[in-house]
Design a protein around this ligand. Sequence first.
Ligand code: FES
Length: 80
Amino acid sequence: MADNDKILDPKTEERIRQMARVVCICKGINLGRVLKGLEGSETVADVNRKVGTGSGGCQGERCGPRIKLLLKKMQEAKGS
Ligand code: FES
């Protein structure tokens, strides 16, 4: 496929690729779903309750720190 045959521009394509990345490996929950769970959440537990992260085999050992970082960045961006 030639570059000019691409349906999406490279920025959009990269954004979609990032959203499809798995954050919670145990439960197969991707970044797009986690970002939706971040809305209105103040803690990792809030996000876990909304989207099901943290309830897999590792009990959030792997995804918890990533979600915590995402929450922090979101709160910084909001200025709170
Ligand atoms: S990676 Fe999320 S519960 Fe294990």
